[in-house]
Design a protein around this ligand. Structure first.
Ligand code: ATP
Length: 909
């Protein structure tokens, strides 16, 4: 019998080696062996070709202006991105501008970061293997570059070599196929001809990863809930059916799938289909600097650029978006080259105006062969920008980020000119493919669309007096009316889609920006009275507005208008420790936050408590702010506000007491309260406050997921309230526990490590470097840096102390002995009375003697106080004042004489 393996001639271009294979096999017994060996080598060669094609495709990237000219090596410019890991339930539909704003804020909980190369790794924390990963991120944050780098790393043999085929696809390409029918195999063959040429039709036996980049650009219906089922990889179907089934795991269940998307489109994939959600958050601060160091290899140049970026808070913040880094780099490079360093752009509008100027200059020199760089606004350039502006505005109002050639033609844009303008426009297809006929366009970043839209609206108003924002292109009389109308529109927009647009529109009214664009726009400047009226109008809106996000944006508008009056007003009362509660109405808190963030201080140093004299604030980070029970009514009304979408509130280490908690509960009971995490650690709450908390959480059980009531005075029965309260609530009730490994061998721990007695003989504890070996001492396992209260019952003779962790453990010198060195503070308790001991200096204490001692630590305030507790009454014994520089640990010493000495922690919750 003749067995014929009838392959097409296979052609592999590997450097200059061409290999042609055609095989006839006549010996049936050898069939299996040979076909196995053959297919192994075919697969290896096919992989090799795929990898080398991917290296060609992704080894170089075109960054904006370079598109028509030189490309850049991806490995040379690639800067690590900050990627966080979430859970599928966190698939979001947040608005992009808000996500950008979020970069301003300090994270209130630790974030789980993930490295690029670990995205598909099985980690111990995951309960099942990762099949489908969804990566979210706002426009220009680096999702596409991330997937390219991933595929390139694979092609270069650096990561995931157990995956046999990676197929990177973009929805931009796939949109072009939405009217066709293919089987999955045909689709792969069409897009990866090397696979077809190798004759590979079966993928079930291979490890395959599909990368789908840009779900937000998908123009066909991906209705994952209702689509028909498709399991056969050779059965033709429409693209939506193929993709839906691939994502659901019905089609080629062995394959892995990676989808990237802007946040607004993420909800299209139901969470149950996603094993892992990651979010690209752009560059963190060190990564921003690394980007510029890679981009500017000359040390002095990169130093100057980084120092300029650091000097402008709003530019520094925006630089967490890689595409904005690229814009900034382009602008600053030009400014330095042309010696305009002194006037480097500081506001966003200035940066974008400059960017447009750079693009036009480059276009003139590179494409039109001009040398007269001073007259860069040629009639053609002006026409293109005006048409782009029209397109940007019309599509922004419709909420569109992607446009087809027909949209461009409607706005009078010559498609060729638009492609040349690649810094503004990106032609979406891989040109080398030549597979599709229709081109799709978008602005490289939403902010560029918003800038050009604002330019268009500004130009239309100055040239014709028509206010495009006022409905039916109505004529508006003054600049002032025009701007007020824009402010109103932006404030009313429910999703903030006109926020950046408004910033640019107001920025364009400045004469300095207009002068820069002279030739493109007529310099009119804004009359100072009208500009002043706009400023007053914005300030009035800030006063009225309770929505923090809106206020943030209005504050940015004032900086675009270079108005510092509000900043000065607030700065006048903003002195560390001097901010009186009643001077700022709640609506101005957002402005205050912005002022602090816009200052040159680093984000890490932003703690509101530094500015407080006392109460009154509605923000998430209010730990150690000297808030009292009086502050809580303000907080409660803030929690009841519809506009305050506060998820986390840290009120730890404030003297709220039960009365404060009672007031706060009013807010917690409100259906508008969105709090998910509340920290009331160290707030002097007792079982009464605890009962109030439990009852209000019962009334409004939907939101709060985590409550920290550690270091309060709850007593056992208070804790019981909680255990009979909400089932789903994660409760933090941190207790102080004694550390057995520090405990001297003569001491016996019992009662859940809360009771310490002296034993008759040494205990068989193992040797440990942290064990006190001569002095009968021991300490707690956890260090404290907040405010905390605990009580101790004692018998015989004991030291009740706190110490730094570094206290010596071996021997009996003063550096081991509690209270005899500068690392520990101790209260000596015996039937003879109490005395304080620090640095071996004894402080006599007269008066009350009690076998129950209360210890109050206020670490940030540098206070350690001891009280005699008797019949519910507390009598002050002694206070140490210290500037604590490290966490302190509760510690004890129990003397063996008199016998029977012991101590017992109580109320240590
Ligand atoms: N890791 C990186 N290192 C260096 N530059 C980067 C990196 N990521 C992104 N960039 C720059 O930012 C630009 C935009 O990135 P990218 O296209 O990946 O964004 P995106 O998140 O896919 O945006 P969109 O949602 O608009 O498609 C790139 O062209 C490049 O100039």
């Amino acid at each position: 019998m003749k067995f014929l393996v009838n392959f097409h001639v296979l052609e592999y271009r590997n450097n200059s080696t061409n290999v042609a294979i055609s095989i006839n096999v006549h010996v049936p017994k050898l069939q299996n062996v040979l076909s196995f060996c053959f297919s192994e080598s075919v697969i290896t060669m096919c992989q090799h070709t795929l990898k080398s094609n991917l290296k060609n495709r992704f080894g170089y990237v075109f960054e904006g202006l370079d598109k028509a000219g030189n490309s850049t090596l991806l490995n040379r410019i690639y800067t690590e991105l900050y990627i966080t890991e979430g859970t599928p339930a966190e698939v979001s539909c947040k608005h992009e501008v808000k996500l950008i704003e979020r970069a301003f804020l300090r994270p209130t909980k630790p974030e789980l970061t993930i490295r690029r190369e670990d995205i598909f790794k099985c980690s111990t924390g995951r309960d099942k293997p990762v099949r489908t990963v969804m990566t979210e991120g706002v426009a220009g944050i680096g999702k596409t570059v991330l997937t390219k780098k991933f595929a390139l790393d694979w092609a270069e043999g650096n990561i995931y070599q157990h995956i046999q085929f990676i197929f990177p696809l973009s929805f931009r390409e796939l949109n072009m196929l939405m009217r066709e029918k293919f089987s999955l195999v045909e689709l792969i063959h069409l897009l990866f001809p090397e696979i077809k040429e190798a004759g590979i039709h079966i993928f079930e036996e291979f490890r395959v990863l599909f990368i789908f980049d840009g779900l937000d650009e998908c123009r066909f219906d991906l209705d994952l809930k209702t689509k028909e089922v498709l399991t056969d990889v050779t059965e033709p179907a429409s693209l939506d059916v193929i993709l839906t089934n691939l994502m659901k795991g019905k089609l080629l269940p062995s394959a892995q799938v990676w989808i990237t998307t802007r946040p607004a489109a993420a909800h299209q994939i139901p969470p149950e289909l996603v094993d892992l959600v990651t979010e690209v958050r752009g560059f963190n601060d060190p990564q921003k600097e690394e980007y510029f160091r890679k981009r500017f290899t000359e040390k002095e140049e990169s130093r100057r650029i980084i120092s300029h970026i650091n000097s402008s808070r709003s530019i520094f913040i925006m630089c967490h978006i890689p595409v904005f880094c690229w814009i900034t780099a382009t602008v600053l490079e030009d400014a330095i080259k042309t010696n305009q360093e002194r006037d480097l752009p500081k506001s966003l509008t200035e940066m974008y105006v400059y960017f447009l100027v750079v693009l036009s200059k480059v276009k003139n020199i590179k494409y039109d062969g001009r040398t007269d760089i001073d007259t860069f606004w040629t009639p053609e350039t002006k026409d293109t920008i005006q048409s782009l502006g029209k397109l940007a505005f019309e599509q922004l109002m419709k909420g569109n980020l992607f446009f087809y050639e027909s949209d461009l033609t409607e706005c009078g844009i010559d498609v060729r000119a638009a492609s040349v303008y690649s810094g503004v426009f990106t032609e979406i297809f891989q040109e080398e493919r030549g597979l599709f006929h229709e081109n799709v366009f978008c602005f490289v970043h939403l902010s560029i669309q918003e800038f050009l839209a604002a330019l268009h609206v500004h130009l239309t108003f100055t040239n014709t007096g028509i206010n495009l924002l006022a409905g039916e292109e109505s004529a508006s009389t003054t600049f002032e009316d025009f701007h007020q109308c824009a402010v109103d529109k932006a404030v009313q927009s429910p999703n903030g889609h006109l926020d950046l647009f408004l910033r640019f529109l107001l920025g364009l009214s400045l004469e300095t920006n207009q002068t820069f664009l002279q030739g493109l726009i007529t310099v009119k400047g804004s009359e100072s009275s009208s500009s002043q009226n706009t400023v007053q109008y914005i300030k009035k809106k800030i006063g009225e507005n309770v929505c923090i996000m809106k206020n943030n944006n209005l504050f940015h508008c004032l900086s675009e208008l270079k108005d510092c009056s509000l900043v000065k007003e607030i700065q006048a009362i903003l002195r560390p420790g001097k901010l009186p509660a009643d001077k700022l109405p709640p609506a101005k808190w957002a402005t205050l936050v912005n002022i602090i963030l816009s200052s040159k201080e680093k984000l890490d140093e932003f703690y509101l408590n530094k500015y407080f004299e006392s109460d009154n604030a509605a923000t998430g980070l209010l730990s150690c702010c000297n808030l009292t029970d009086m502050s809580c009514s303000g907080l409660a009304s803030a929690l009841q506000s519809k506009c305050l979408l506060l998820k986390e509130l840290d009120l730890s280490n404030n003297d709220l007491k039960d009365s404060g908690v009672k007031l706060l509960c009013e807010g917690l009971r409100s259906p508008h309260c969105t709090l998910e995490t509340l920290s009331l650690s160290g707030c002097l709450i007792t079982k009464e406050g605890c009962a109030d908390l439990v009852s209000s959480l019962r009334l409004n059980p939907s939101h709060l997921k985590k409550l920290d009531v550690s270091y309060n005075h709850l007593e056992e029965c208070g804790v019981k309230h909680f255990s009979t309260g909400q089932k789903d609530l994660k409760l933090a009730l941190q207790t102080l526990t004694l550390d057995p490994s520090s405990t001297h061998k003569n001491l016996i721990l019992s009662d859940n490590n809360r009771k310490v007695t002296v034993g008759g003989e040494q205990q068989p504890y193992p040797d440990h470097p942290e064990r006190f070996d001569v002095l009968e001492q021991l300490m707690c396992a956890d260090g404290l840096t907040g405010r905390c209260y605990w009580e101790v019952e004692w018998r015989g003779k004991v030291h009740i102390a706190v110490t730094y962790r570094g206290i010596k453990r071996k021997g009996e010198n003063d550096d081991c002995s509690l209270g005899k060195n500068d690392e520990s503070w101790s209260l000596l308790c015996s039937d003879d009375g109490h005395s304080g001991l620090h640095k071996n200096e004894m402080a006599s204490i007269y008066g009350a003697l009690s076998n129950r001692v209360g210890v109050y630590l206020d670490w940030p305030g540098g206070i350690l106080s001891f009280f005699a507790v008797s019949s519910g009454k507390m009598t002050h014994l002694h206070t140490f004042h210290a500037k604590f520089t490290e966490p302190v640990y509760p510690a004890f010493r129990i003397t063996t004489q008199p016998t029977g000495s012991s101590l017992f922690f109580s109320h240590i919750l």
